[in-house]
Design a protein around this ligand. Structure first.
Ligand SMILES: [Zn+2]
Ligand SMILES: [Zn+2]
Length: 166
């Protein structure tokens, strides 16, 4: 299953490079392969680390250049979560939505069947949907409880000050 996905995307990328008249280098396919071995989101730095740890040498310039091609070929999705760049594979990935904490920037995936069905069943007249993307912004429970603790402390401090002033 996993291997057939990798083979399919390799074929798609090969065709893309051919159409664009670009070279089918070993590095480009190694990058595609590495991306399709990662589960979930990743940053460019994380991808660089994977290559630094492996014997296969890929320069930063090649990596950035190839990522652009992969996004253009619709094999990789580029996200801008609360001002931080993340990537993820797009082919054969389960449709999911992203929940982003505006305080700490944590991103979690939402796999809600009802939400997915609602979006899939939305008919747009005179429009063919290729894919959907949904970002839900808010605050994670950790940040929310940290904020509550901070507010409680502030309140106690204010009350103490009031008492002291009497
Ligand atoms: Zn995702
Ligand atoms: Zn948070």
């Amino acid at each position: 299953m996993v291997n057939s996905v990798k083979e399919t995307v390799r074929g798609t990328f090969e065709q893309y490079l051919q159409t664009k008249g670009l070279r089918k280098t070993q590095e480009r396919f190694a990058i595609l392969d590495a991306i399709y071995s990662i589960d979930g989101h990743f940053t460019m730095e994380q991808l660089l680390e994977i290559f630094e740890a492996s014997k296969f040498r890929v320069s930063r310039a090649t990596l950035y250049n190839t990522m652009e091609l992969l996004v253009d070929a619709h094999l990789v999705v580029h996200h801008n979560f609360n001002h931080s760049s993340r990537y993820e594979k797009s082919y054969a990935a389960t449709a999911h939505f992203h929940r982003i904490c505006m305080a700490c920037g944590a991103v979690t995936e939402v796999n809600d069947e009802k939400l997915r069905a609602a979006i899939e069943n939305t008919h747009c007249k005179g429009f063919t949907i290729s894919h959907t993307s949904l970002y839900i912004y808010g605050m994670c429970s950790r940040c929310a409880s940290a904020r509550r603790r901070k507010e409680k402390k502030m309140k106690e401090k204010r009350e103490q000050e009031k008492k002291n002033n009497k």
